[in-house]
Design a binder for this molecule. Structure first.
Ligand code: ADP
Length: 518
């Protein structure tokens, strides 16, 4: 079958615009899918920081008026962005300066206040995505699949639902259910949707209209970023009010664990490290431990078990629960280093602990990417006591750097870390320490288990090398998404029968609401 044409719709794309993990995923997953043969292109808003990057932008659609609430003239520009694997990927940027060309972030102004017109800004993203998949689209390239990401592109699914001529299937990936993208329900007709969409069987969410609900209700398939999280969000509290809908759609809900950037996170080739090392020759790891102890001004004790944390200091990440136990670990000879910022109360408590144990506990407040790399390399074990974790990246970095993670059995942590016990160490499957997320004592037990095993160098070495050989690249996740695309494409009328590449030739489409200028 000719390759599946997929439009990846996103509000962030590394390296053009980034506020969080969505940008990294948008930068990596389409590249990995392209390498596997998917014909994938990316659509995003034309923020200033996007259009100011010279990607050979040219106008391919001009003069669209799609969303009454804004009713600005919008166009689509096409550019070619170099990818990490030395190729290029086609980027479509929505050109609508009144909505997107402004100083500040993609969602908020410079003071951290949400843009007042966010509904209109991301309604336009959804409307353009659906329009580019419609027979009326002036583009020669018409997607079989629209891959939506989080609430910002969620309204695409509602537009598609009310445009029966759009045959493209929708995959919606949800990373964070706590951002519902909800706005006053009175606005929905201004987004060009019928009033009937404001319904429990539609985009209604506790009396408001939610872009995320549009994706969860109308998408043909929903994915989230780990199988365990996919189960957890089918009930409260992690379902964030969507649990009933998600449970009813469980046959169309799948968890696929994210990949990591294995080039940026590679202990054999990482400029932030004091020394490189590999699974075959991990000797350089000791130099990184020494450098990390020096950086945090700790005693340079080569054989003390050194626990590390890199984290946002929020309730979700559970640093406060580790604090409750840490004195005991330090009293018993362990060391602890923490890099992070966030909740002032947690920051204060960590600083106090560091004052009480100046030689064995170090805390650096802030966000420091190179130090995060050194910490992953120099620590002996990586502590990540999250209360919930849709996927998590740090535990995967830890394993890749031979720093076994200590994690609760929740979300992506449960799905990526295999608990060390005699059998799993011997059969090569153990990669870290997994404790029962609901028991407060369990964290302490897991840490002490790690400390005990660390005192047995041969066993610890086996655990380290097991962890280092796990494959966390984007190849496996991309294959999983590709399978969904293929399955959904089969459901498009006429597609199941396609076996020859003759059908992949672009169709000539009538021009309805915008002219082709390419
Ligand atoms: P989340 O995205 O929920 O914060 P993840 O584990 O998925 O948690 O990813 C966190 C990412 O942010 C990792 O790449 C981690 O190294 C990085 N990070 C978090 N806090 C800091 C910090 N203080 N300094 C440097 N990097 C940080």
């Amino acid at each position: 079958m000719p390759s599946t044409r997929t439009l990846f719709v996103t509000s962030e794309l590394y390296p053009l615009i980034k506020t969080g993990g969505l940008a990294d995923v948008s930068g990596a997953l389409p590249t990995a899918l392209g390498a596997l043969g998917t014909d994938i292109q990316v659509l995003l808003p034309g923020y200033a920081s996007v259009l100011d990057v010279p990607l050979g932008w040219r106008v391919v659609v001009a003069g669209m008026r799609l969303v009454p609430a804004v009713w600005h003239m919008a166009g689509v520009l096409e550019g070619q962005m170099p990818t990490a694997d030395g190729k290029q990927i086609t980027i479509y940027a929505i050109d609508c300066p009144p909505l997107y060309r402004r100083a500040g972030g993609p969602y908020q102004d410079a003071n951290g206040v949400d843009w007042a017109d966010n509904a209109a800004r991301f309604a336009l993203l959804g409307a353009v995505a659906a329009y580019l998949a419609a027979p009326a689209s002036p583009l020669a390239w018409q997607p079989h699949i629209l891959h939506l990401n989080d609430w910002q592109s969620g309204l695409t699914a509602a537009y598609q639902h009310f445009m029966p001529e759009v045959t493209a299937k929708i995959v919606a990936t949800i990373r964070n259910l706590s951002f519902a993208g909800d706005f006053p329900a009175t606005d929905i007709t201004q987004w060009g949707l019928p009033a009937s969409a404001q319904d429990i069987h539609g985009i209604e969410y506790y009396g408001r209209a939610s872009f995320l609900k549009a994706a969860l209700f109308y998408a043909d398939h929903i994915t989230t970023i780990s199988p365990s999280y996919a189960r957890e969000i089918q009930s409260a509290p992690l379902g964030c009010g969507f649990e009933g809908l998600l449970a009813s759609r469980r046959d169309s809900l799948t968890g696929i664990v994210n990949g990591i950037d294995t080039k940026a996170w590679d202990p054999a080739n990482d400029a932030a490290l004091a020394a490189p090392y590999t699974r075959a020759d991990p000797s350089g790891k000791a130099l990184n431990k020494d450098a990390l102890q020096a950086r945090f001004r700790l005693r340079r004790r080569a054989r003390a078990p050194l626990l590390g944390m890199v984290t946002r200091l929020t309730w979700q990440k559970g640093a406060d629960s580790a604090l409750g136990q840490a004195r005991g670990w330090l009293d018993d000879g362990a060391q602890l280093v923490v890099l992070g910022s966030g909740d002032p109360g947690i920051e204060l408590a960590l600083a106090e602990l560091a004052r009480n144990y100046p030689q064995d506990m170090g805390f650096i407040v802030g966000y420091d990417e190179p130090l995060a790399h050194l910490l992953e390399a120099g620590a002996d074990a990586f502590l990540m006591p999250s209360r919930f974790e849709p996927c998590g990246l740090n535990q995967m970095y830890g394993m890749r750097y031979g720093t076994p993670p200590i994690v609760p059995a929740t979300g992506g942590l449960a799905d990526t870390v295999t608990h060390a016990q005699h059998v799993t160490i011997e059969d090569g499957s153990a990669t870290g320490f997994v404790f029962d997320a609901d028991t407060s004592q369990a964290l302490d037990t897991a840490v002490r288990q790690a400390i005990t095993l660390y005192a047995q160098p041969k066993q610890w070495q086996t655990l380290m090398t097991n962890a280092m050989q796990r494959d966390f690249s984007w190849v496996a996740p991309a294959r999983a998404y590709q399978q969904f695309y293929a399955r959904l494409r089969q459901q498009i009328p006429g597609e199941a029968a396609i076996t020859s590449s003759a059908h992949s030739a672009a169709r000539v489409r009538p021009q309805v609401n915008g002219k082709r200028t390419a």
